[in-house]
Design a protein around this ligand. Sequence first.
Ligand SMILES: Cc1cc2nc3c(=O)[nH]c(=O)nc-3n(C[C@H](O)[C@H](O)[C@H](O)COP(=O)(O)OP(=O)(O)OC[C@H]3O[C@@H](n4cnc5c(N)ncnc54)[C@H](O)[C@@H]3O)c2cc1C
Length: 472
Amino acid sequence: MENAIHWFRRDLRIHDNNGLQLAARRAGAVIGVFVIDNRWFPADAEKTGAFQATFWLESLRELATALDRHHIPLRILRSDDPVKSILNLARETHAGLITFNKDYEPQQLAMDRRLAREAAKCGIETAGVKDAVIFEEFEILTGSQSTYTVFTPYKKAWLAKFTPDHAEDGGLPRISHRHPMPSDSVPTAESLGYAKVTLPIAAGEVGGSAMLSEFVRHRVGYYKKDRDYPAIPGTSAQSSHLSAGTVSVRQCVRAAVQQGALRGCGGAEHWLSELIWREFYKMVLFHFPHTVRQAFQERYNHLTWSNPDEHIQSWMQGHTGYPIVDAAIRQIQTTGLMHNRLRMITAMFLTKDLDTDWRIGERCFMRWLMDYDQASNVGGWQWSAGTGTDAAPYFRIMNPILQAQRYDPQGDFVRSMLPVLARVPTKFIHEPWIMPISLQRECGCVIGGDYPAPIVDHGKAREAAIMKFQVG
Ligand SMILES: Cc1cc2nc3c(=O)[nH]c(=O)nc-3n(C[C@H](O)[C@H](O)[C@H](O)COP(=O)(O)OP(=O)(O)OC[C@H]3O[C@@H](n4cnc5c(N)ncnc54)[C@H](O)[C@@H]3O)c2cc1C
């Protein structure tokens, strides 16, 4: 075959990219394409926020250079209809094959099915390839051939099926002939209308691999011990890279296995388990696509939420009066990331303490996160709301004060994010409203003035939430 097109989506890397490799094996010349979907990308679209857009476009710029070195031009198309644009490009370049790595989000799946149908009508072959996960679709099923909906047995089955071949490195594509089409320049996020943001980590394949090596060499051994403390860089920070595909999941799994994940080495074993959570949620979304909008546990679909506007605004602005919640919101808004423990605390606070529909929080995170991934985000929000697979039982509601005292014992994280609390003594850092007024004045943190009073009483809110779920 003469020419093939590889459609880059959540796989912005040249190394170990299964779909790209297939195109390179089958065709003489390969053209890469990335579509800036006008419904998802501009600053006013609801899906992609400034941090994720910037991370993706910076990664794409690096990818364009790498592809160029390997004789692959990269086209950047802006479109309201990616399927139509890709087909036009295929016709224009006489491509006989379009490859892409499979994505399990319902909207993307629908688009891929349409591409396959319409391409077939024009005599163009399409190939969707497994790349984003180790096991997909129907590869991990229960003994009765149904889908796992609880994580622990899924993980057990995943580990039983896994052999090192599953994480083999696919290497680099070898292309002998360069298609004459010139590459397009990659726009900046600002040129698409986004505010300028500074990324907290390096984007792109090179940065992703360097971060992974550093984590594996120096920190994975402490992962189990450190991973819950937001003031400690105890986790890998690979989520943005996994979400954009600037590192491959095989690279991560290989690293975990090399560090003893299958031999009971605590840190690596635990880290591998988190990578399996990621796949679990992707497959939950694949098998139950309606959970993007509806509760996984159907009995909770008719729950009503009061969605108090003023409280939601306070949460969104980090003005709840609970320092750990406000610090976490500040972290996500200034870095595009939020520590996992804090995602659980803030999501539970919004859904349980503020009686707010999890879909409202899920949409906020979608716009704020640099690592936004629909499966993990929906999974995380439904888990926190108590409506999801394997969810926290409705009566287990995180107490934001106790959580903060346990996981930020000296208040280092809170102080780093909320300078107004910098001089509050550790004893009061997570509940500054109980400080005597004289001390509040002394440390420049008068409650109700310098820093808000708690917008709800956690104890009362907790009781109301339990009652609601019990009745529901
Ligand atoms: C309410 C809520 C929303 C979330 N939204 C997202 C999201 O949009 N995108 C996203 O990637 N993760 C999301 N998570 C999961 C988790 O918080 C992040 O993956 C994690 O904080 C990323 O940090 P890390 O890369 O240092 O992870 P590490 O602890 O180093 O873990 C390694 C990798 O495993 C995966 N992983 C870790 N924890 C989870 C988890 N609980 N669920 C699924 N995968 C996991 C990630 O890909 C991560 O990069 C969400 C969690 C909650 C509770």
